[in-house]
Write a protein that binds this ligand. Structure first.
Ligand code: MG
Ligand code: MG
Length: 257
């Protein structure tokens, strides 16, 4: 069952999303060769708690950290740890904040120092595909319209779209209905109605779309071990227009590529 939100509830999600955006900004300042991924997690958790939020992912179904940190061939749900970032890596940082009863969720993938041209393009196109999806996430459209927009955009580049993992509704729970795939058919799927809040999150592979789960029971990586990128925003659908509730502003102020 889809739980539609009131304007007041969406305002609370937006407040939490500001904390989330700024936590991402703190992480962005730290992305450089030699940094341990656990240091990013510690900083994000500290920032979120200092601002009255709770990291949504920590202890979610037993997940051990505040950030999902997925490097290179890892798609999503990786753990932070002792690994030190190296020049040429890409790192996906996914984070959620629980604040005043509601969750917000967003992700960004960074290059560490100089990456190859083909990897830089993967990051750029994946980020652009998120906005292609948001453009079609309009009141009266269907999930398939935004899903198709993402698919249509990235497949022109020959990339693989992960199908096993999708975006989602969210609110009082981190994962609510409906599912929001990154591939689909125009005019199909659930209607986008007033008060629907969804996380749109393309997960795009440089190579094939196939993924496998690592033995840790969480980390999802590409089957061919080619890199994968992930960008995410939480958005709210209203008749007057769609609002992007999360922000990458604080990332982009602190990190240029
Ligand atoms: Mg996320
Ligand atoms: Mg999500």
């Amino acid at each position: 069952m889809v739980k539609y939100k009131t304007r007041e509830e969406v305002e609370l999600i937006k407040e939490g999303a500001q904390i989330l955006g700024k936590a991402h900004g703190e992480v962005a300042k730290m992305i450089s060769p030699g940094v341990k991924t656990i240091e990013l997690d510690i900083r994000a958790e500290e920032f979120i708690r200092d601002h009255g939020g709770v990291p949504s992912f920590k202890n979610f179904n037993g997940f051990p950290a505040s950030l999902c940190i997925s490097l290179n061939e890892n798609v999503v749900h990786g753990f932070p740890g002792e690994y030190e970032l190296r020049e040429g890596d890409i790192i996906s940082v996914d984070c959620g904040v629980y604040y005043k009863g509601f969750h917000s969720d967003s992700a960004y993938t960074y290059p560490v120092g100089q990456v190859s041209d083909e990897v830089e393009q993967l990051l750029k196109v994946t980020k652009e595909s998120l906005y292609k999806g948001i453009e079609k996430a309009l009141y009266g459209n269907r999930i398939g319209d935004l899903a198709y927009a993402i698919q249509d955009y990235v497949e022109d580049f020959g990339y693989g779209i992960v199908r096993e993992l999708v975006g989602h509704g969210l609110g009082r729970d981190l994962h609510e209905s409906p599912e929001v795939p990154n591939y689909g058919k125009r005019g199909k799927g659930p209607l986008l109605k007033e008060g629907l809040v969804i996380a749109i999150e393309p997960m795009i592979n440089l190579g094939s779309r196939n993924v496998v789960q690592e033995a840790d029971g969480w980390t999802i990586r590409t089957a061919d071990r080619k890199p994968s990128a992930h960008f995410e925003h939480t958005v709210a659908i209203f008749r007057e227009g769609t609002e992007v509730l999360t922000t990458h502003k604080y990332i982009e102020e602190n990190f240029k590529f």
